[in-house]
Design a protein around this ligand. Structure first.
Ligand code: AMP
Length: 314
């Protein structure tokens, strides 16, 4: 039995389904959760299905997360999307319910916490896998919201179809989404919109970025800078893309201090795998897009040194 049929049959067995995602929401985890909810709602009859994710303002056009009550967890199937580690689930109650979880994800499968684990590391977005699921089930139906959520997930996790994980098949899927009525331009305009504060803050990032000996580009951000520019923590984090594409700087890092002992590092690279270094520092992620949370600036220096060494060897 193929994996799509297997998951389809599991969904059929349950009256209640809860879809969860990962902490620090992004377009792909929110897109995957909404899309799967819309598929189940439309294609299976008589199910109560809820999608749980952190609400982020730039995705509010897709609607707010459903509210999940403790009682919703009773006898329900949990489907975790786009989340590699159970401990990074956006809903901590999931950890206690681990036995009823199906994992659908595109990160390295170091923690196969599902009783079914559908993991395709090579896929550029989990939303692409959800679309594959949709295309492979009988009597399939999905709302326009579901299709827009898939489009959002694929575009945001593939750097607008620019990352190495993008294939001809990804483009075909975007084409199919257009054929089904998705207005890609409308969604990209929403996703690309910035506030005046964000634009000014981008100026700060470009003015103050630094580089290590061998060319790791990085920017340090803390609360006083965010306050000065009147910018939210997540919006500041999103500025990692501003450091992309600089000649001779194939690794770039945005270091955003949330609390003095919680310093989030978003690491990106071009053609140089950085996820093993991220894992050594207690984080994880993809070959060219990883993240780490560090407790102090000595660790940040060590991380930058380790990344710098990757360039030295080249
Ligand atoms: P981000 O920079 O938050 O967009 O993360 C890039 C990738 O790394 C995503 O696939 C995340 O799931 C993963 N990631 C980020 N932070 C961590 C972490 N602390 N532990 C494990 N994986 C992470």
């Amino acid at each position: 039995m193929n994996i799509y049929r297997k998951i389809y049959n599991e969904i059929k067995k349950y009256d209640k389904i809860i879809i969860t995602s990962h902490i620090r929401a992004d377009g792909d985890c929110v897109g995957s959760a909404i899309a799967l909810r819309e598929i189940i709602k439309e294609s299976f009859s008589g199910k109560t299905v809820k999608a749980s994710y952190e609400n982020v303002h730039y995705l509010k056009f897709l609607g707010k997360s459903d509210t999940i009550l403790d009682s919703d967890f009773e006898d329900s199937l949990i489907i975790s999307v786009d989340n590699a580690e159970l401990s990074r689930s956006n809903d901590k109650r999931v950890v206690e319910k681990a036995k009823n979880i199906i994992k659908i994800d595109h990160h390295p499968n170091l923690n196969p916490f599902g009783y079914i684990n559908f993991v395709e590391e090579e896929k550029c977005a989990c939303s692409e896998m959800i679309f594959d699921f949709f295309l492979n089930i009988p009597k399939r139906k999905i709302s326009m919201l579901g299709l827009e959520a898939i489009y959002t997930g694929i575009m945001t996790d593939s750097g607008n179809l620019k990352y190495p994980s993008v294939t001809g098949d990804t483009f075909k899927k975007i084409g199919l989404l257009y054929d089904l009525g998705v207005d890609g331009l409308k969604i990209r305009n929403i996703l690309d919109e910035v506030s005046i504060e964000e634009l000014r803050f981008k100026g700060y990032v470009l003015e103050n970025m630094k580089t290590t000996k061998n060319g790791v580009l990085y920017i340090l951000i803390n609360n006083s800078i965010r306050e000065k520019y009147n910018i939210e923590y997540d919006d500041a984090s999103n500025m990692v893309n501003a450091l992309q594409g600089v000649k001779d700087h194939p690794i770039w890092v945005l270091i955003n201090e949330y609390k003095t002992d919680e310093i989030r590092c978003r690491i990106r690279s071009l053609n140089i795998p950085i996820n093993e270094i991220a894992a050594k520092f207690g984080g994880g992620g993809h070959k060219n897009a990883s993240g780490v949370v560090l407790k102090d600036y000595e660790s940040v220096d060590r991380l930058l040194d380790a990344l710098d060494n990757l360039l030295e060897r080249k």
